[in-house]
Design a protein around this ligand. Structure first.
Ligand SMILES: [Zn+2]
Ligand SMILES: [Zn+2]
Length: 212
């Protein structure tokens, strides 16, 4: 599996990831943060077949490009059912607070928790990792983990926003993410990549030395 990172919304530093299977060229776009003609052009010139548009959660800084992508490709928009209502509501996706009023099309597929998607012969696993929002998901593809705002390099997602819950976030990280192999590459919703092993040892909020 190959992936490419885009920074479409510099003011929020949101990571948008394009993930694809090199054999079939089937692709998934994760968190289209903002409209971007260059990204659409790249998908087309590389002959990638965009099969899924997935939001790790419903916050405004992760969904603002959904409409633009859907206008350019016939692709199903997927999000966990608990976060689906946030797509259309600037008040729920918190963009109202920043006076941007982000509105996305409705979801075509609402995840319930454990789904297996495919890109070519490759299996992509969707797992429910709530805590930052009720419907936060992570995506596992080979040794790659796209975890949205659940876990960051040396950080964890905020839990003080509506739908956030610190204890649930800790449970998601310890019981779901930290049981993945140490060498799993963590690709968060903001900031640099890391590995599960590195965060288990060194993360000041959830690592071995954390006080919680
Ligand atoms: Zn968020
Ligand atoms: Zn975010």
């Amino acid at each position: 599996m190959k992936y490419k990172l885009y920074n479409l919304l510099p003011s929020f530093g949101t990571n948008t990831y394009l993930l694809w299977d090199e054999e079939s060229l089937e692709a998934m776009l994760i968190d289209a943060a903002a409209p971007c003609a260059e990204l659409v052009g790249e998908i087309k010139t590389e002959n990638l077949k965009l099969k899924y548009l997935v939001n790790t959660h419903g916050h405004g800084d992760h969904i603002g490009g959904n409409g633009f992508i859907k206008r350019n490709f016939e692709v199903p928009l997927c999000i966990h059912k608990e976060d689906a209502p946030m797509l259309k509501e600037p008040q729920l996706n918190l963009s109202e607070y920043f006076e941007i009023n982000v509105m996305s099309p409705y979801a075509d597929i609402e995840f319930k928790g454990e789904e297996i998607l495919t890109l070519g012969n490759k299996k992509i696993k969707i797992i429910h990792t709530p805590g930052h929002t009720r419907g936060g998901i992570s995506i596992i593809a080979d040794n790659l983990l796209f975890c949205g705002d659940t876990l960051f390099a040396a950080g964890v997602g905020r839990t003080d926003l509506p739908g956030g819950d610190y204890n649930i976030l800790m449970k998601s990280i310890h019981e779901i993410l930290f049981i993945l192999p140490d060498e799993t590459i963590v690709l968060p919703g903001h900031g640099p990549s890391t590995t599960i092993g590195n965060e288990e040892r060194n993360n000041p909020f959830v690592g071995l030395k954390a006080q919680y």
